[in-house]
Every structure is written in C-alpha cells, then in structure tokens.
Design a protein around this ligand. Structure first.
Ligand SMILES: *Cc1c(COP(=O)(O)O)cnc(C)c1O
Length: 431
C-alpha cells in the first residue's frame, strides 16, 4: 500500500497576512467595558497599561487587520502549522468520521499562546515600552511571552500562580533561560499580593490574583506595560491565524467542517479557530462550534452572563461575560490553563446568541482519551487540549452510533511534555 498523506501543510507563502476581526460579525455589538463605578471605559483609561495600537484593535470595526512585517517574520518561524488527519485515532475509536487536529504545539512555546505573544511584544516595543508584566497560570503563556520578549528585545516579569509554579517547576526554568523574571503569586512585590498573603500565608494563588499583581505593577510604572494571554478581543484577533489556516487547509483537500472543537480557558484558541468561520455559520452553513471546559471550572456551561471583573482585586474593567465570580476558587485540576473564572466577551456573546455551543468534560475522560491519542498518534496533548480531544472522540462515537459520521476538527492547543506530573497522577501512566 502506498503511504497515505496525513499532514496538510501549507507553504510559507500561504501564511495569513492579516488577522480576521470577528467583532463586526457579532449578531449584537459587545457591551462596552465598564469602570467599577459603571461608567463606560474610555480608550484613554487603558493607555496606562496598553499601547494605542492594541487599544485600537480591542474596539476595531474593521474586519481585516494587516499583520505587521516583523510579526509575520516571527510567526513564520513555525507557521503555517500542520493540520493532521488523525487516521490512527479514528481507527482506535472505531469511527468512520474524519478527525483532524490543528497542531499548535509546534510553536516555540509549545502552545498557541506564541501567536499573540509575538504580536503583543511587537506592538509594545513599537510604542517604546521596555518592560512587560504578565501573569501565568499553567506557564504556557509566561513561556510564550518570555520568548516573544526575547524576540523583540524587551524585559519581562511573570507572576506565576504559586500552585502552578510548584507543580510545573520546569516552566520557570524555560522562562528564566529566555531571560524573563518569574515571581510566585501572591508575591511581596505588590499591594494585592501582600494583602492576599496577609489574609492567608498558605494561599495557593489564583489566576485572578496574579492578574491583579501584574496590572498593579504596570499601572504604577511608566516604562512598563501589561500583557494578557487570553480573554481580550485583541488576543482573539491575533489567534485567528489558526482558523484562517484551517479553512485553507480543509479547502485544499475538498473538505468542509461539520464540527469545530476547541478547549476553553479564557477563549483565545477557541475564538481563534472559530472566529473566521462565524460568518459561514451565520449564513447558514451547518457547522457546530463547541467550546469545551472542565466540569470543575464550568464558566460557560454553569456560569452567569453578567458584567464582571477579570481579576480578583478589581483593577481590570468590568466586562460582559459568562463568569463564575471573581471569588471562584478553582480546584487544583491539572489543566492549569482552564482554571479561569471568566470567559472572553467575544466567546460569551457568541454563546449567548447561540452561534456556538459549550460542553464540559471530566478529568477522567480527558486523560482516558489523551492516552488513546498517545497510543494511536504518539502525540501527548496538553491536559487543556485533551478537553477538546475528549469531546471530539465522544462526539465521533455518538455520530457513529447514530449513523451520521462527519468531519470533526479540533485544536491541539499545546503539547503535554511539560505536564508529565499531571499524567503521573492521572492514573494512565502507571508502572
Ligand atoms: C492557555 C492555554 C489554554 C487555554 O486558554 P484559551 O485562551 O482558552 O485558549 C488552552 N490550551 C493551552 C495549551 C494553553 O496554553
């Protein structure tokens, strides 16, 4: 039998040269961000922590936004990424559906986070900023930012949620190797951190609190800006290279997706995959777009749609989104990137207007299907990505039962090679 091509790889010349802005496609315009007092936030309110270029992208009504040359050059280090037909996974599941995964794990950081890290570092550098602060939960975003800061010659300080730092010490090593500074959050470096430590010295930290620390520092220093790895409109914008490439890759083999599936932490890899397809969905194409979250942090499936802050201390604007509340203490599940109380306003709006769907997955199913992927495709997914994988597999099995196989595409948002502690405690990697 001749070898069968399983990877759809675009040439460098097919790298998208613009981002796709989904804001103009939303059935209803997004409500404005609000100050804690309930007043609409003006662009100048954000100028203390974001450069003008990113503030403009946050509220832009243009569908197409050019990617600057230096960002294209950085993205072309690993993009376009492969779309992989997972034939051995299909066989292992015994399904006749066609399953594809978009492999974002091939980036320098090992996750899709590099797509926006490169862009944000560039726009800050252009604005004359010399230092960036950010938070990281699982460590992928901090890693992506450390590498992007290196690419564009900026200093980076990363507040890493304390429990994650303890669970994933090697993430810190990579960030340090790249020249970034890493502090466990809560830290003694900020008021928000000192307050949290005074209240509970043994606190494990949360993403919401780490955001408070990073924002507080950026707001207090003129040479320093803040960058966020998910949730915001401009972050999703930068991730739309994913969906644009998928569209081209499927078209190149005459495929059309029936299901687009991605895990959901703050909404960026989901929004990046689905954003370029929103117009197709609204114009009647039968595509189900499913955002998948952990049962233990069910923001989209059990949260409330309301105005809520993005952080614990309430430094960020109030955003219209699904939320479990800023006080939500997620259990220490091993998908650190999915432990956020809120959701992207764009994803929230799409869900509220029923353009997309949401589903949740148990930790047990995640690791079960992660093992099946490892045994069939020899790919070890990040625990976050395993949520998208598990939903895809369960759905393919259901479609098989109903006699309605189709074309399923999920994002492999990252690899799990630095998440081996999670695999060790999951029970699927025993002696
Ligand atoms: C951060 C992260 C996520 C969750 O973030 P989103 O903004 O929802 O995409 C998912 N997978 C990986 C590998 C991550 O690093």
């Amino acid at each position: 039998m001749p070898p069968i091509e399983n990877k759809i790889i675009l040439p460098k010349s097919e790298l998208p040269t613009s981002w796709y802005n989904v804001l103009p496609d939303l059935p209803e315009p997004l409500g404005p961000y609000l100050t804690p007092g309930g007043q609409p936030v003006s662009p100048s309110d954000l100028a203390g922590i974001f450069p003008q270029s990113l503030i403009e992208q946050e509220v832009s009504d243009r569908s197409v936004i050019q990617i600057p040359e230096p960002v294209l050059e950085a993205l072309s280090i690993w993009r376009p990424t492969p779309l992989v037909r997972a034939r051995r996974l299909e066989k292992a599941l015994g399904v006749s559906s066609r399953i594809y995964f978009k492999d974002e794990s091939v980036s320098p950081s090992g996750s899709h986070k590099s797509n926006t890290a490169m862009a944000q570092a560039y726009f800050n550098k252009e604005a004359g900023v010399t230092r960036l602060t950010t938070e990281t939960g699982a460590g992928q975003w901090g890693t992506a930012l450390a590498i992007a800061a290196k690419q564009f010659g900026i200093q980076a300080r990363v507040y890493m949620v304390k429990i994650s730092l303890e669970q994933k010490p090697y993430r810190k090593v990579i960030m340090n190797l790249m020249g970034a500074e890493v502090l466990p959050s809560p830290s003694q470096a900020t008021d928000a951190g000192r307050k949290a430590l005074a209240a509970n010295p043994d606190t494990l930290g949360t993403l919401g609190l780490a955001i408070s620390e990073a924002v507080e520092e950026a707001a207090g220093r003129s040479d320093t800006n803040y960058v966020l790895g998910s949730v915001l409109n401009h972050v999703i914008l930068h991730q739309t290279v994913i969906g644009q490439e998928v569209k081209k890759q499927l078209a190149s083999i005459g495929e059309k997706p029936n299901y687009l599936i991605a895990c959901h932490g703050g909404g960026s890899n989901f929004g990046g995959l689905v954003g370029p397809f929103v117009r197709d969905i609204l114009s009647g194409q039968k595509i189900a777009a499913i955002a998948v979250e952990p049962e233990s942090c069910p923001t989209l499936t059990k949260g409330e749609f309301k105005y809520d802050a993005g952080d614990t201390a309430g430094f960020t604007p109030l955003m219209p989104m699904y939320s479990l509340g800023t006080g939500f203490q997620p259990p220490a599940i091993h998908a650190g990137g999915l432990r956020y109380h809120g959701a992207a306003p764009i994803v929230s709006a799409l869900l509220k207007s029923k353009v997309i769907e949401a589903a949740s997955i148990s930790a047990e199913d995640c690791f079960k299907f992660a093992q099946i992927l490892a045994w069939s495709e020899y790919v070890i997914p990040a625990p976050e990505s395993a949520h998208a994988l598990a939903k895809t597999c369960l759905l393919a099995q259901e479609l098989e039962k109903n006699g309605t196989p189709g074309c399923l595409v999920f994002t492999l948002s990252g690899h799990g090679l630095l998440d081996l502690t999670a695999y060790q405690t999951s029970g699927v990697a025993n002696d």
